[in-house]
Design a protein around this ligand. Sequence first.
Ligand code: PXL
Length: 283
Amino acid sequence: MKRVLTVQDISCLGKCSLTVALPVISAMGVETVILPTAVLSTHTMFPDFTYKDLSDQIGPITAHWKAQGASFDAVYTGYLGSVTQIEQMKELFETFRTPDNLIFIDPVMADNGKLYANFDDAYVRANAGLCAQADIIVPNITEACLMTETEYRTEYDAAYIDTLLHRLSLLGAKTVVLTGVSLSEGKTGVAGLDTATGERSVYQNDRVDASYHGTGDLFSSVCVGAMMRGYSWQKAMALAADHVAHTIRVTLEDPKKPWYGVDFEETMPALLDALAQGTGAEA
Ligand code: PXL
């Protein structure tokens, strides 16, 4: 069985970061080791959330793992609370990088043209620097614009997406994948670039008109899980894009749906079916 280390916060209530990554990647048949960067009462879209920073635990925990000879087939980082923690990830990558494991970075910090609470320009620059260390990065358009100092647009064409992919590639990651890319009316999806071969890949599915917190974390978790189960990055991103769209649709049908996250628990069986078929297509 493959083993992934995922490093992100625990938002106790909110269905995002580790409370999505741990169940989803585990259910996909991949051992999931967690390193919590902070414990929050809720994610940061709730008012008055509590925040306990765990930066001082990262060094001792990783040192202990190193002493135990632990190794990981992938290291997946998501929401990190501070520039200090981004710097700590550079050390963590040095410790656990191997010639053939996967460093997967989701530079979680913004959406819909806006930074999340408590982040600033220094945080954006630090995240852009961290992306240089990755095998694959999966920013949304807002995060990509911030890291590449590109104007954020809600209306754009394929040339704009190409420019963003090119500018992201200059950050230094091997593969760059942009999420939330809509290339025609009623469609949305992802666009990626393998910086070594120049190969581009675009995947579009039907847009669901709703935006939910934690869907980026669901996308990344499914991508990581699928790549660990042998999918190429192109097939993994297609599976993840379909799965997120399907999960949003199912959530919208739930009369008791929470406003703060999607019902990924409900769609886990469909994900496992799609994974088993290896098609990436969900009804
Ligand atoms: O889903 C991304 C995310 C993760 N963790 C925390 C967040 C957010 C988005 O706002 O606040 C704490």
